[in-house]
Write a protein that binds this ligand. Structure first.
Ligand code: SF4
Length: 465
């Protein structure tokens, strides 16, 4: 069955339309729209659509489907064929339904649909830049940080995110760790008392066999020095119907359990995704988010603000914002480090701390996560530091000394200079930029009188206009 209709200006367009156009001899352009549902799953019922098994079974994964989706020309088909031999693809009908097919730059599309730019794997990036394979005491268990380990329990994901750090394992196909492999991981954790936290990752652990996952979580939970378990999954984003009551009941039986997911764009926060997160949270499992900073997808302050505010509204805590790793086949998603710092700079102070993730670079060579933020510490002596706030206010902060708190030295300023130097030379504590909204509000609240009194004593260089 194929349905198509002529798009007229002002038409309300359903989501997920695939657009085709034709041009008549007299130059009239006709746009046809067809929904992705009609093209690929014309007979699907809503019951099937909401069943995660149906979603998994009906993922688009073939070259033929990709060719149909992108209207590929024959020469493009061969280029994609070569690409898919290295980096396969698979996406759930649900996630594909979020794409605006009329926009080649659509942020959902970019995460799900292969792009020939990934073929730069031949020249740029590393297979395993984080050197996870080097830190595996037993197969698929990464022990990098002193007191926590990461278990890669499956290669399978509901969707293969084009920016994935573990693209290197995709060629192994869709498989999960055997019970024997899981037992080896449990044995290592049991014999390593310093491990207090186990992160269960993949692939996506929530695509794996539930009995195995239940067993694995249970065995880890029995180890006395393991305090906390954590699951990393993108299922709430790409396959939210997988979060069933049975699954949350099983997960709840392994608390204290934390769950980290990966929303990268506000349009991923659909009612379905919200309901999935809500079910997990109601089961007593806190949900946090680890976004990846991706060029053309979320590398803007506005999008990041909308994303993190929306996450906070659905009770999902923004946790990390990752610099995209220098993985082979991912270079076109990578942004400058300064972009991440700029985003954090525009968050801190302007919005509440609970909606601000920590920006981190995962250091190549297995160095682990390095947090980065704007420069708030400007300079320091043993006794005092100069700090900058989000508005540009500079403050001298007395640093308590080991043998008791240091006392500020009384110095005589000349009353004329300003800026950072004044803080060290003069008996001043703060340099305050003028005309900020915050001070406008303070003035409104009639605090100016207090400030003026304070400034005359402490800020001889203060000018109020
Ligand atoms: S769900 Fe995670 S592991 Fe799977 S492809 Fe996406 S980023 Fe990679």
């Amino acid at each position: 069955m194929e349905t198509s209709q002529i798009l007229k200006e002002g038409d309300e367009e359903p989501p997920s339309q695939l657009l085709e156009w034709s041009c008549s001899d007299n130059g009239v352009v006709t746009l046809k729209k067809e929904t992705i549902f009609n093209r690929f799953w014309p007979d699907a019922t809503s019951k099937q659509w909401n069943d995660w098994r149906w979603q998994m079974a009906n993922r688009l994964r073939s070259l033929q489907a990709l060719s149909s989706l992108l209207n590929l020309k024959p020469y493009q088909v061969s280029a994609f064929k070569k690409l898919l031999e290295v980096f396969h693809y698979s996406a759930t009908p649900y996630y594909l339904s979020l794409i605006d097919w009329s926009d080649p730059e659509d942020p959902i599309r970019k995460q799900a649909i292969p792009d020939l730019q990934e073929a730069s794997f031949e020249v740029v990036g590393d297979i395993d830049p984080l050197e996870e394979e080097e830190d595996m005491p037993v197969p698929n268990l990464v022990h990098r940080y002193p007191n926590r380990v990461l278990a890669i329990v499956t290669n399978t994901c509901a969707m293969y995110c084009r920016h994935c750090t573990r693209k290197r394992i995709w060629h192994e196909g869709e498989s999960a760790s055997s019970r024997k492999d899981l037992e080896a991981m449990v044995a290592y954790v049991r014999s390593t008392p310093k491990v207090r936290e186990v992160v269960i990752s993949g692939g996506d652990p929530l695509t794996s066999n539930m009995d195995n996952l239940d067993w694995f979580l249970g065995e880890l939970g029995k180890i006395s020095h393991v305090d906390v378990l954590r699951i990393g999954t993108r299922v709430p984003v790409v396959l939210p119907m997988r979060i069933t009551d049975d699954l949350t009941k099983m997960l709840a039986s392994h608390r204290p359990l934390w769950l980290n997911t990966q929303f990268n764009h506000p349009r991923e926060i659909t009612p379905e995704a919200q309901e999935a997160c809500d079910k997990i949270i109601r089961a007593g499992i806190p949900v946090s988010n680890q976004s990846v900073l991706l060029k053309g997808i979320n590398d803007s302050v506005e999008i990041m603000k909308e994303l993190n505010h929306s996450l906070q509204k659905i009770m999902v805590r923004p946790y990390y914002l990752f610099q995209c790793d220098p993985v082979r086949g991912v270079e076109h998603f990578r942004t400058s480090i300064w972009k991440g710092i700029e985003i954090i700079e525009m968050f801190r102070g302007y919005t509440g701390g609970l909606s601000i993730p920590t920006f981190v670079v995962d250091a190549p060579g297995g160095g682990g996560k390095i947090p980065l933020q704007p420069f708030y510490l400007l300079s320091a002596t043993d006794k005092e530091v100069l700090l900058r706030n989000y508005e540009g206010m500079i403050v001298k902060y007395y640093n308590p000394q080991e043998n008791g708190a240091s006392k500020p030295k009384k110095t005589n300023g000349n009353g004329k200079s300003g800026g950072k130097a004044a803080l060290f030379k003069e008996n001043a504590k703060i340099v305050i930029p003028q005309n900020t909204p915050r001070f406008a509000r303070r003035r409104k609240k009639n605090l100016q009188r207090c400030l003026d009194t304070h400034n005359q004593q402490a800020f001889p260089f203060w000018k109020d206009n």
